[in-house]
Design a binder for this molecule. Sequence first.
Ligand SMILES: Cc1cc2nc3c(=O)[nH]c(=O)nc-3n(C[C@H](O)[C@H](O)[C@H](O)COP(=O)(O)OP(=O)(O)OC[C@H]3O[C@@H](n4cnc5c(N)ncnc54)[C@H](O)[C@@H]3O)c2cc1C
Length: 461
Amino acid sequence: MSERLVVIGGDAAGMSAASQARRLKSPQELEIVAFERGNFTSFSACGIPYWVGGDVAERDDLIARTPEEHRERSIDLRMRTEVVEIDARERRVRARDLASGAEEWTAYDKLVIATGARPLRPDLPGIDAPGVHGVQTLDDGQALLDTLTGTPGRRAVVIGAGYIGVEMAEALIGRGYEVTVVNRGKEPMSTLDPDMGRLVREAMTGMGITMVNDAEVTKILTADDGRARAVATEDREFPADVVVLGIGVRPETALARAAGLPLGEHGGLLTDLAMRVRGPVADGAIWAGGDCVEVLDLVSGRERHIALGTHANKHGQIIGSNVGGGYATFPGVVGTAVSKVCDLEIARTGLREKDARAAGLQYAAVTIESTSRAGYYPGAALMTVKMLAERRTGRLLGVQIVGREGAAKRVDVAAVALTARMTVEQMTALDLGYAPPFSPVWDPVLVAARKAVSAVRAGGA
Ligand SMILES: Cc1cc2nc3c(=O)[nH]c(=O)nc-3n(C[C@H](O)[C@H](O)[C@H](O)COP(=O)(O)OP(=O)(O)OC[C@H]3O[C@@H](n4cnc5c(N)ncnc54)[C@H](O)[C@@H]3O)c2cc1C
């Protein structure tokens, strides 16, 4: 007898799950119904800064699969349709057609919750004024581009200096704007330790971006025509022809909460290793993945909420395998993330100092400066690597890298070492590739590992 899989959310996690389930089960064996409240499916939000900045020419370049393509694969995808209730006891969802307002219940045998994350939008005067933009969806990106092309003026204020904020700063510079980044933290990129964040600030300032740290935005000031004209903090005003919000996200779990499903301390759904939602309410019939779940941090052993497309796609694949009758698990993450602002690459994996302290770990922290290529080779650029290792055991705990070309993907070596629970001593013997155009004879990661070994031996703090 045919079963029905219902998917809530038509982007990375949801449609990866649906597609993988379809690979494993025929339409006769498994009916798949997916609900998406927006206008697009399977799109890359990650590409929005590069589309806005002009590196990617077309919006459609960011769409991996259209609704029609999903339907051709026998996925009954219902666009502009929002699920407004999950009735886990009766195994059904109530969905609203956003055009007509009509509502209908759909029964499921298996349910996938892939509702993603909600961007933070502080409740400030002027926040909804024309000219203030989020960058979560392709519609957001288009609206921002319309403002950039349709509005005279060249001053942009970005609120927030996480990776989306810094990527949007680059995009706006690419469009010829004078950019100010207003940030609550002491330094940009709070996913780094402040000493590494300082390097990002200095580099961004060197690029002509005005960096305002330690500042709380209090309102968006509007002009007579109602458009945003400035961003105000407690003691200053920053004129703005366009304002971009990059303040962070929270798991979109209101539906799950209302259904009585278990949420963790960060508000994300809690799943087992197979991405099946825990607890009696889910009753083994509900899976969840992507930005709406919490994940196990393999280094600290704690649950965290990390909203990244790389995880969402993996979760979707794993869920699709499991609901399609196969078997797959998601062991957890080490917290690897990379981004860039102009030619500055920013990378991190594992624990920051404050994460290590919160996890009760004692550690040695070292920082080294090296170069991207052999010092004598043309184009060699400075790279700073910070490394944390556990005291006594020498286990690698985290790495942060800020530098030019080659900095970002170097962190992958550290991600592998963290996953393998390697010590910094073991890392020093890694057989990494070397030729002058690619690295110094001692790769910067190995130089940091050697220094970390010494610090651990010395009992470093
Ligand atoms: C500007 C930007 C840059 C980024 N850059 C990177 C990057 O470089 N690297 C990286 O790894 N990640 C990046 N990300 C994060 C990445 O895009 C997300 O982690 C990823 O999209 C999460 O996928 P998801 O399927 O879990 O959620 P989403 O992509 O948010 O999809 C959830 C979908 O569910 C729909 N939905 C929600 N509730 C309902 C409902 N009740 N009924 C019907 N539909 C519903 C939403 O409309 C949405 O389409 C970036 C994000 C942004 C915004």
